[in-house]
Each structure stands twice: as C-alpha cells, then as structure tokens.
Design a protein around this ligand. Structure first.
Ligand SMILES: [Zn+2]
Length: 236
C-alpha cells in the first residue's frame, strides 16, 4: 500500500470464546456472547475437546451445536484433544492460534487460570500466548474456578433467557454438577445474581482482564495498531 493511503478495511467485529469442553462458555460468558450477537458481531466458539469423559462425544457435539444456535453463534470450531488429558503447550497453542488467525477477534474470552480442572488451566495458559496480539482478553469463571476477583461486568438482563436455554441444550450435563440437588442452571442463576449484585444489576457476568482497551485501538494507525496473531508459535 502506498504511503499515506489508508486501506478500506472492514472493522474488526469478531469475538471468540474458548472453552475446554462443551457447556463451558455458556456458563462463563453465554449472556455476554448473546449480547455481542445482538449488536451484529460475528461470535465464534472454539471447543478444544468433545468432553467425552462426561458423555458420548457425538451427543456432546450435538448438544453444543444446539446451544450455538440458541446463542446465535457464527461457527463452532473444534479442537481434537482428549478430555481431561490435554497436552500442555506443545500442540494446544498452535491449535488455538489457528482459530485466532482465522477469526481475527477483537475480544477473546477464556477460562480463568485458577481452576481445579486441569483442562481449564491449560487452555487458559495456552490462550494467553495464542491471543497475545488480540486487543482484549478476558477470563471467565466456572463452577471449578477459585481466586476469581472480577473487575469487568456485563449486564445480561436482556440475554439471561438465552444463556439458560443454551445451558439447557447440554442435557447430558445439566445434573452432573457434583453438588447435591443443584443443576447447572441453579448454579448459573446463583452466580448471575451474585455477580449482578456486585455491579447493581439483577443479572451479570463477570470477568477478570488480562488486557482490555477502554477504547478500541485505531485500525489504521501506522505502526500503532495491534495485528492478528502471526509468526512463530510460542513466541509470547
Ligand atoms: Zn470444562
């Protein structure tokens, strides 16, 4: 491109949510994703395993597809990793990078790094590297998260129904909470009310920020804009 000229680039309006298993992103950021969809953004999901330790892989893939329709997601991308046995770094970072390059998101949502589930921890850590050039990277919580002190909140009053409906699509998982008498819907509602109370809303989702721009970086500032991930793997 000639100096001084600006490209007529399409604004980056894509969002990518990354989860280890089917139903992770719905719990952590389903209401927020639906709000992005309502705003006209392309919202993608990357699910690294089929969650086959919690149910038949094919069933869980179908449940995830049904959930994605409720949320209005553009596409569900799948990793090919084994549930509960995800490798650390070597293959996971390139797999996440591949989707980040394809989607070119302005915001990535992923598990919080403090989590008792090893898959969640690994995916969080690998995403920090793979999304190193994405402007906004936010960590969501789940039932197995600990040490989570959010400072970013999203009002999900207008999308709470879709969040719960999308969670309900994961029928094989709804009662597999390891908490007596509590379904994942019960726990998700309690969390949404608690986080809402913290920000004076009736329902909210909460996030910790690795990196977040209050105003999006200028797309056309020479040398000043953040570009999609590229280059060598693992060069965080
Ligand atoms: Zn999970």
């Amino acid at each position: 491109m000639a100096p001084g000229k600006t490209a007529n680039r399409k604004p980056r309006t894509a969002v990518l949510a990354i989860g280890s298993h089917p139903d992770d992103i719905e719990y952590g950021c389903g209401g927020t994703l639906r709000r992005y969809v309502n705003m006209g953004c392309d919202v993608h999901a990357l699910i690294l395993t089929c969650g086959e330790q919690g149910g038949a892989a094919e069933v869980r893939r179908k449940e995830q597809s049904a959930s994605a329709k409720i949320l209005g997601l553009t596409k569900v991308h799948w990793g090919a990793f084994e549930d509960t046995r995800m490798p650390f770094y070597e293959r996971v970072i390139p797999a996440i990078e591949k989707t980040v390059k394809e989607v070119c998101p302005h915001t990535v949502f992923v598990h919080h790094g403090k989590d008792t589930h090893q898959d969640h921890r690994h995916v969080s850590t690998c995403t920090v590297v793979a999304a190193r050039n994405v402007p906004n990277v936010l960590f969501f919580e789940g039932p197995t998260t600990y040490g989570f002190e959010p400072s970013v909140f999203v009002d999900i009053r207008d999308s709470i129904k879709e969040k719960f409906r999308s969670l309900s699509c994961h029928r094989s998982q709804v009662m597999k909470t390891n908490v007596e008498l509590q379904s994942i819907l019960d726990i998700a509602r309690a969390t949404a009310v608690f986080r809402g109370t913290q920000c004076r809303m009736s329902y909210a989702e909460a996030f910790c920020s690795l990196r977040m721009f209050l105003l999006q970086p200028a797309e056309r500032t020479p040398g000043g804009r953040l570009r999609p991930a590229r280059g060598r793997h693992g060069s965080g």
